[in-house]
Design a protein around this ligand. Structure first.
Ligand code: GTP
Ligand code: SPV
Ligand code: MN
Length: 607
């Protein structure tokens, strides 16, 4: 640990103290260089965590298979340990910080024995940008290090920017040791599913995560820092840290507008951010697919940066047809987790666009001896886990926007909220005002997905797609969003709600979605220009069917009408659900939201 003496004193002390607690065999600084990345990938192959994919088919790419007990975020094991319970609020698990620290310390004690502890300095946002922030993750998982190398800016340039006294977020992660043997996974995917905990100490700007090696549980830069801790910080410093994609849309006259969009996990951010244009003359470019940090500039406009430098995207149903650009991102230099492996050494998943070649092995190799998929709950078990993911670099994305790592960010014209709603919510509508838009965001709902452990397809409210990610009292979060409506001199973005997932009586999606979503973006774009029509409806301004460009779509006018329908009865049910939800959040929910609800009821008219 010779280099420690060159480090930031606070960092050096923390590294030393953590090594004493966790007892790794070795401590290693990750410098972010290609050679170090390559060496760690080789180590991961040696330990059986990684399998190298065919160099011809997927150059420099790897497949990892996780323990089946560790495949998604665990919301019930995620805690916000602020000093006061009320600070964490009704949507977060809370334990008194000292109690939690004692509990976690007993888990961390000796948890890295037999392993190396990596010190990973990283920047969220372009290194040196005034919006960017630095974090350091101490982890005993080489898998975490190589993923962070692809998804964030890591290594020596970050340390240099941090200097001797800069501020950084402390992220401590250990996969831990399970008390029970987990067979081959003890070596290839260590974890401790029975005792997993992902714990945030917002006042100390610190995250402690124990027992999981997967995704947002372990890549602490992502949900833990860039959303939970950053949202708390953003409230104090008057900015926004959001679970949003950022996309640039250019019209045939070469005018470009940017949109930010919050969709709950696995509800379409990556697809919308990488959308391939279906309209002649229109261009779409990607800024980010998961986390936007936004701040109003001196000119009154809202500027957004992508806090990340890569993607951790959902694999299933990603195909050249549904998301061409994502498929190109993973042509090379990609880490796949929990997808299936073909005999040719390539990857495969449900909905990839071709049949699985004979001999394809399921993600957990849980195949029956005869090669038939093992049925689970009456369904054929998928070969790729429903939350299987690809880790790819932004620089490998063909649709990446020229401004994607511009330190000042991109100006946002519109904010989009969307979830999976098989009924009720129309294809698109525009909020009447900022506070109405905040109401729409606050009451966003979706059927649940495989991105978090638990039941799939259950309707829940997911305000701003931040239910699992808001690091402080959600009532205060709503108030923070509302506060921008009262500030002088701001050019507030317009706010939209969309729903790509409405179903017809046949149980099929009504709207063809994917690249066709540009038709909806085009309407928003033209609304911002003041050139598109909008009908005043009880829920907000909506396009009449003629306002949506359907050239070449081949969707019947009846179907389009169904996409746009508002059923009063459904909305009365919705109103009741919303009221129950808001009342359940306690007395910090701003009254303004109840006023917006009352307006909605008034506009819907008498029963
Ligand atoms: P996280 O990374 O978990 O935060 O999710 P995300 O919001 O980026 O999700 P993503 O874009 O990867 O979407 C996941 C799923 O939504 C995939 O199965 C897609 O096929 C599906 N999806 C995305 N866009 C559409 C659409 O327009 N229509 C339909 N029917 N499905 C879509
Ligand atoms: C999400 O669940 O919203 C993700 C994946 O983006 S993870 O990083 O695992 O949280
Ligand atoms: Mn996400």
């Amino acid at each position: 640990m010779d280099y420690l003496k060159f480090l930031h004193a606070g960092l050096a002390a923390w590294v030393k103290e953590t090594a004493e607690l966790c007892q790794p065999d070795k401590v290693e600084l990750f410098d972010g260089e290609d050679a170090s990345y390559g060496r760690l990938c080789a180590l991961l192959i040696e330990s059986g965590t990684f399998r190298k994919l065919s160099q011809e088919l997927r150059p420099n790419s790897f497949l990892a298979e996780s323990d089946p007990a560790d495949t998604a975020r665990v919301e019930e094991r995620t805690f916000i340990c602020s000093r006061e319970k009320d600070e964490a609020g009704p949507t977060n698990n809370w334990v008194e910080p000292q109690t939690m620290k004692a509990r976690m310390k007993s888990l961390f004690a000796g948890s890295m024995s037999g392993r190396t502890m990596y010190v990973v300095p990283y920047s969220m946002g372009p290194v040196g940008s005034s919006i960017a922030r630095i974090g350091v993750e101490l982890t005993d998982s080489a898998y975490v290090v190589v993923n962070m190398r692809a998804m964030t800016r890591t290594g020596l340039p970050v340390l240099k920017t941090l200097g001797k006294s800069g501020e950084f977020v402390r992220c401590l992660h250990s996969c831990g040791h399970s008390e029970k043997s987990r067979g081959k996974y003890d070596k290839t995917w260590p974890c401790d599913p029975e005792r997993m905990a992902i714990v945030h100490f917002p006042e100390e700007r610190m995250v402690w995560s124990y027992g999981s090696g997967y995704g947002g549980n372990a890549l602490l830069n992502k949900k833990c820092f860039a959303l939970r801790l950053a949202s708390d910080r953003a409230r104090d410093e008057v900015w926004l840290a959001e679970h949003m994609m950022i996309v640039g849309v250019t019209n045939p006259e070469e005018k470009r507008r940017y949109f930010a969009g919050a969709f709950p996990s696995a509800c379409g951010k990556t697809n919308l951010a990488m959308l391939q244009s279906c309209l002649p003359g229109w261009k779409v470019e990607t800024v980010g697919d998961d986390i936007a940090w936004m701040r109003f500039g001196g000119d009154g406009r809202l500027y957004a940066i992508n806090a990340e430098a890569g993607f951790f995207g959902v694999a299933p149903y990603t195909s050249a047809k549904s998301n061409f650009n994502a498929m190109r991102c993973m042509d090379k230099d990609t880490i796949f987790t929990n997808v299936a492996l073909t005999p040719q050494g390539d990857v495969w998943w449900e909905g990839i666009g071709w049949d699985a070649p004979e001999g394809t092995i399921g993600w957990d190799q849980g195949m029956a001896a005869d090669g038939q998929a093992v049925p689970v709950l009456g369904q054929a078990k998928p070969l790729a886990h429903p939350n299987s993911r690809f880790t790819a670099r932004a620089s490998n994305c063909p649709s990446i926007d020229a401004n994607w790592d511009n330190p000042t960010g991109v100006p946002i014209s519109g904010i989009i909220f969307g979830g999976r709603r098989s009924t009720t919510v129309p294809l698109v509508y525009e909020a009447r005002s900022w506070s109405h838009g905040v109401f729409v965001g606050s009451t966003l709902s979706s059927e649940t997905t495989a991105a978090a452990a638990g039941q799939v397809g259950k309707l829940r409210r997911d305000p701003f797609a931040m239910l699992p990610f808001c690091g402080y009292n959600i009532g205060d979060y709503f108030a923070h969003w509302l506060s921008f409506g009262n500030m002088q001199g701001l050019q507030l973005p317009r706010i939209y709600q969309v729903n790509w997932f409405r179903k017809g009586e046949d149980g099929k999606f009504l709207w063809p979605g994917y690249s066709n979503n540009l038709r909806v973006l085009k309407w928003m774009f033209e609304r911002c220009e003041g050139s598109a029509g909008g009908v005043d409806t009880p829920v907000g301004f909506m396009p009449s069917p003629g306002d949506i460009d359907t050239e070449g779509l081949g969707l019947s006018p009846e179907k389009l009408e169904k996409c746009l329908e508002i059923h009063k009865e459904d909305w009365m049910t919705e109103v009741a659900l919303i009221r129950t939800f808001l009342l359940g959040l306690g007395d910090r929910v701003p009254n303004r939201l109840f006023k917006e609800l009352a307006y909605l009821v008034e506009r819907l008219g008498p029963r």
